[in-house]
Design a protein. Sequence first.
Length: 206
Amino acid sequence: MVHGATGGELTWVNASVVGRLTKMDVRARILDAALGLLARGGAGELTQPRVARAAGVRQSHLTYYFPTRDALLQAVADRSIDALAATLMHAAQGGRLGPQALPRALARAITDKGRTRTMLALIGTADRDPAVRKRLRRFIGEARSRLGGVLSAAGGSGEPDDVAFLHTLLVGCAVLHLARDDAVARREATAVLRRGAAVISQTTGG
């Protein structure tokens, strides 16, 4: 038997059930568990035994997919951004991200503690690992490409300078929100992002 976590409580999972999971299922369980641990307790929680226990898989399964902590962090960052971009794009294509709704949606996005802590942990790792630094640069480019697509779908500007401006605001708001973690930070983030969207609109003649 192996055990996992559901809603903060440990639950026992039959090993044969885990064995029947597809590779994508196991990988997704591990990434979701890691993101949950990061959100609740920070990077210090991201140990192999804790992640395996939270995901309900053997530690050998974890190391098979993610041999190192850094590899796990990078995969968590990718999964988190993919999920966020897909949600925002779906809303934009459905006409639900107008001038007022977009800043609110982005402000909600920056309250994800797991995503912010993942990025901060990767930045710290990059100081001693050039390979992680290189991956971070690619990741930032990919994140901005996704953000540009969302802005364009929402009827805004997807120009590189405008996307870089808004992305910089997002990162700053996310870090400040994590530091303060209160309603003031959330209101401030919404106001800053609304002003940022307005500046982009003015500079593009929107």
